[in-house]
Design a protein around this ligand. Structure first.
Ligand code: FES
Ligand code: FE2
Length: 447
């Protein structure tokens, strides 16, 4: 069986040595071989409305800028956000609107939206100088592509297309039409943890029974996982009804019917996560609560799904035609898009996590959370994230996630101890994290 053998050696199928998180060599390999080689999610597309709108983004020490260059969906340009004269970062703002040219504020060199040099002060000073070739001084372009309403970039000109990179995931997530969703909330935390600690915590459901005790007893829910190409996933196999304690109740209630159990799970998300279950699914769940006790679970699910479609349409939003009940249930719970994004799809939209390493401190990361929902076309979600300097500041913002965050700093601290040899992953519910490390090894090389 895949268990530590007690002799100081461990089965490679489930064991990942602590150095994979703590060694400076691994950090350096990630900088050189992982981040510049993989597709990176930059922003929601709706931050780039109208020609000249831009977003800046940092991939560790590489500042980049994405610019909308025209009215077409694919009229996007991405390049290093770096002046080719003396290396000043070109644009300091995080987002906004550019004029036709981008002016470097150091010596005033100007560049077009595709990076070409458009003017140089005292250009005649370089007359006859072979090193001054304007075509070679253009800002280097970067690959850019879109999926799910997100803009992605890849610093590697030879990388496979985003479409082929995401293929095993998009087959399951495309029916959710995440590109048509808008943020219900968007939050960003400067978290005191390594970027991997965040991704790993949201890449398994095994922790739910012990960590999430606020309103649902998840101990009866088994959440197996698997690899999906370079990516990973997990899903939920309920082994029985979960006790619940909701809306001020002091004691736990044992659901007596499938519909009561389903309702409690929705209500818990609606009340404490503010994601996955938004208005339409909550109203749909309220409506199945009183179905006759003897209604078979498949019938309850069918009715619940139908109610969700109705409630979504009643709200003025569009429910995707290809999001059939089969497509919904087939998608499972949670998808890890290698290396640093997690997406949980739902009938109401999606919950999306992203983790970006802080280039100055390997024990810090900028972590984003988007709760995406289906809204009427005139709805405008937040354009800026709510920003928190640490997990303490986040307290009160989202009780469900606070339970997750309560572990993360402690994990980050504990795994550095010489008393920790490495992680012994659950061969059923955490294989997708072991797979994550296998993929990190593939990119970064073995230690
Ligand atoms: S560094 Fe940009 S113009 Fe000199
Ligand atoms: Fe969690």
């Amino acid at each position: 069986m895949n268990k530590p053998d007690g002799q100081g050696t461990f089965s490679p199928e489930i064991f990942v040595p602590a150095e994979k998180w703590t060694s400076p060599e691994r950090d350096a390999a990630e900088r050189e071989k992982l981040w510049p080689k993989t597709w990176q999610m930059v922003c929601r597309e709706d931050r780039l409305i109208g020609a000249g709108s831009f977003v800046t983004h940092d991939i560790l020490d590489d500042p980049i800028i994405v610019i909308r260059t025209g009215d077409g969906d694919d009229d996007l340009s991405a390049m290093y956000n770096v002046c080719q004269h003396r290396g000043r970062r070109l644009v300091d703002r995080t987002h906004g609107k550019l004029g036709r040219e981008i002016t470097c504020r150091f010596h005033g060199w100007r560049f077009g939206w595709d990076g070409e040099v458009t003017s140089v002060f005292f250009e005649e000073d370089w007359d006859g100088c072979p090193a001054f070739d304007k075509s070679k001084l253009a800002v280097p372009q970067i690959r850019v592509a879109r999926w799910g309403g997100f803009v992605f970039v890849n610093l590697d000109p030879d990388a496979e297309s985003l479409e082929s990179w995401l293929a095993p995931v998009t087959e399951f997530l495309d029916p959710f039409h995440i590109q048509d969703c808008k943020p219900h909330f968007w939050k960003r935390i400067h978290a005191p943890i390594n970027w991997k600690t965040y991704i790993e915590a949201f890449n398994e459901g095994y922790h739910s029974g012990e960590t999430h005790t606020l309103g649902i007893n998840y101990r009866v829910v088994n959440m197996p996982g698997s690899a999906a190409g370079v990516h990973g996933r997990f899903w939920s196999e309920s082994l029985g009804f979960s006790e619940y304690r909701l809306r001020g109740a002091k004691s736990w209630t044992q659901p007596e019917t499938f519909q009561e159990n389903l309702w409690a799970n929705m209500a818990h998300q609606y009340d404490t996560l503010f994601a996955l279950t938004l208005e339409p699914s909550m109203k749909a769940a309220d409506r199945i609560r009183d179905l006759p006790a003897e209604t078979p679970p498949e019938e309850v699910m069918g009715q619940f799904y139908q109610n969700i479609v109705e409630e979504t349409e009643k709200s003025g939003a569009v429910f995707p035609k290809d999001l059939t009940m089969e497509a919904w249930l087939n998608a499972g719970t949670d998808w890890h898009i290698f290396p640093n994004v997690i997406i949980l799809p739902s009938t109401d939209g999606a919950l999306v996590y992203r983790s970006l390493p802080d280039p100055k401190d390997r024990d810090k990361a900028y972590v984003d959370i988007w709760s995406l929902g289906r809204f009427p076309s005139d709805y405008e979600g937040p354009d800026e994230p709510d920003y928190y300097n640490n997990f303490e500041e986040f307290i009160g913002a989202c009780p469900f996630l606070e339970e997750d965050f309560a572990n993360m700093e402690a994990v980050n601290a504990g795994m550095k101890s010489r008393g920790f040899k490495g992680a012994t992953f659950n061969p059923n519910q955490e294989v997708q994290i072991k797979h994550f490390h296998d993929m990190l090894d593939k990119y970064c090389g073995k230690l």
